[in-house]
Design a protein around this ligand. Structure first.
Ligand SMILES: NC(=O)C1=CN([C@@H]2O[C@H](COP(=O)(O)OP(=O)(O)OC[C@H]3O[C@@H](n4cnc5c(N)ncnc54)[C@H](O)[C@@H]3O)[C@@H](O)[C@H]2O)C=CC1
Ligand SMILES: O=C(O)/C=C/C=C(\O)C(=O)O
Length: 486
């Protein structure tokens, strides 16, 4: 069993209280790690270490020197690729091919892409007229915001953590990370990478624990934290926003979603079925960008439902290291209970269960894991709980529609606004619909195709702010204007 400690000022440290908590495997529910729970003293030490680094060697580096270190971090992640794959698989139980092709390479890319962004973004400048005719020149300088509190979820832990670390460090900040209590492994391993590459001590710190009355709350309430970036549930975002209001700290939030997939009758049928299948069931449906509401134009509705059903019934359950496995468990027993409660609620609300709706029959010790069946419903009104609330599981409700206007109204009838995916061969219509759907991210004839230079974030209750490319600089730096009288 792994022993995981907090990482503070370049050293692994157990909490002075001696408190530890267990991490259980999603695959078979065995205990796989014992984690030191940071209390206020450890959070305080981590914030102080981050502040000291800001005023020490790290703060004195040139942009080129920082960029070189971040390239070093990315290369060291790649060198230790198998260790990261193994650590993430242990935490999430997801198939190794998802780790190998998406989550771990993307973690390394997050450091390189933002190193390139800071090197290449020009400085804003404005010339202005003055009464004496000589004029003045305004130019902007960007300075790091300071110590950034980074609060992460469990669903794509390494990708989502590094998506924040890459730009934060590239901009010259220091960080204190609070990984999800469900997925502490890769954040701990990254400490070894930082030390191996020579990132100065205190630049990267990790405190483990839970949210309320634990490391998450202690970190977000800490007056030494200058800004907070958070990915997770909308309700948690509201609690963090309250904490951040003390001291007027800035926040960047990537929150929940109840994303719509829209399939027009003229879509490339097989591509649309594949795309909606991935968006509903990848990572066992635990993707914030995933589709839980599918709207299909009536002429192809029945055929579409049957095609998606066949694909959902063909998933191969298995341990992450089993190369034949295409589908993993949910993150935890707790999340399994939540998802199964929605499966029961759908039936109570009168859904037709097209497929799934329960727990698969798993062999041997896998029977103890957090497995649930991929599930498809039809026949529910838009007011049903499973059509309105984010479930964050491998399930979707499919409903027919008859017009473009109707489907835009259906897609927008939600408090969330993260992403949508539109499938049609009529590109004029695709652009029209994309402009009217109230979300931060729209894909046309694709899903989860990510260019890290683009703006990423949610509308309505799905988030505050945008990260990605130069948008990340807006959050991770402070812009100061200098006006020079000529
Ligand atoms: N918009 C986006 O980009 C993404 C959003 N998500 C959302 O994340 C959720 C799933 O992740 P979870 O880990 O369950 O979310 P969560 O909100 O329960 O927890 C996220 C993190 O916040 C911490 N936390 C909880 N309460 C806190 C508090 N009061 N103060 C400070 N920290 C606190 C947790 O310990 C964890 O590290 C889903 O709702 C999903 O939609 C997930 C991935 C991406
Ligand atoms: O690509 C990103 O930056 C974010 C991706 C989000 C997920 O992978 C997720 O929420 O699962």
């Amino acid at each position: 069993m792994r022993q995981i400690d907090n990482f503070i000022a370049g050293e692994y440290r157990a909490a002075a209280s001696g408190r530890r908590f267990e991490k259980r495997s999603p695959v078979d529910n065995t205990v796989i790690a014992s984690i030191s729970e940071a209390g206020r003293p450890e959070v305080d030490a981590a914030v102080q270490a981050a502040r000291a680094a800001l005023h020490g060697e790290w703060g004195g580096l040139t942009t080129d020197q920082r960029v070189e270190l971040l390239y070093g971090v990315a290369n060291e992640i790649t060198r230790r690729f198998e260790d990261f794959v193994e650590a993430e698989m242990a935490d999430t139980g997801q198939p190794s091919h998802v780790m190998r092709h998406v989550f771990i390479p993307r973690g390394a890319a997050n450091f390189k892409v933002f190193a390139d962004v800071v090197k290449n973004v020009p400085t804003e400048a404005f010339q202005m007229a003055t009464p004496d005719g000589a004029g003045a020149l305004n130019y902007a300088i960007r300075v790091p915001k300071g110590v950034i509190g980074v609060i992460c979820p469990w669903n794509a832990p390494f990708l989502l953590m590094t998506w924040k670390l890459g730009p934060a460090l590239a901009c010259g900040n220091t960080v204190v990370v609070k990984p999800s209590e469900e997925t502490p492994n890769t954040a701990a391993l990254l400490g070894e990478v930082m030390n191996a590459v020579g990132v100065p001590k205190g630049v990267y710190n990790v405190v483990n624990g839970f949210g309320p009355d634990s490391a998450g709350a202690f970190l977000t309430q800490h007056p030494g934290v200058d800004a907070i970036t958070f990915t997770g549930e909308t309700r948690t975002g509201a609690a963090i926003m309250k904490a951040a209001s003390e001291g007027m700290r800035d926040v960047s939030f990537e929150l929940g979603g109840k994303n719509a997939g829209i399939v027009f009758a003229d879509a490339d049928f097989d591509a649309a079925v594949d795309g909606i299948f991935r968006s509903a069931f990848l990572n066992t449906g635990q993707v914030c960008l995933g589709t839980e509401r599918v709207y299909v134009e009536r002429p192809i509705f029945e055929r579409f439902v049957q095609a998606l059903k066949l694909k959902a019934e063909a998933v191969k359950y298995g341990r992450p290291e089993d190369h034949a496995a295409s589908y993993g468990p949910l993150i935890s027993q707790e999340h399994k209970c939540k998802v199964l409660s929605y499966y029961a609620k759908a039936v109570e609300e009168g859904a037709t269960v097209v497929t799934g709706g329960g727990v698969p029959d798993m062999p041997g010790e896998l029977a103890e894991g957090a497995w649930v069946q991929p599930t498809i419903w039809t026949g529910l009104p838009e007011t049903a709980a499973v059509v309105r609330e984010e479930i964050f599981g491998p399930c979707c409700h499919i409903r027919p529609f008859d017009s473009e206007q109707e489907v835009v109204a259906l897609a927008n009838a939600t408090d969330y606004g993260l992403s949508t995916t539109i499938w049609t061969t009529n590109l004029a219509r695709a652009h029209r619909v994309a402009a009217r759907v109230e979300v931060g991210i729209t894909w046309i004839n694709s899903w989860f195709l990510r260019d890290l230079r683009t703006a990423f974030g949610g509308s309505k209750q799905s988030g505050i702010g945008r990260e990605g490319g130069v948008h990340s600089l807006e959050f991770y730096t402070e812009t100061r204007n200098v006006c020079v009288k000529l």
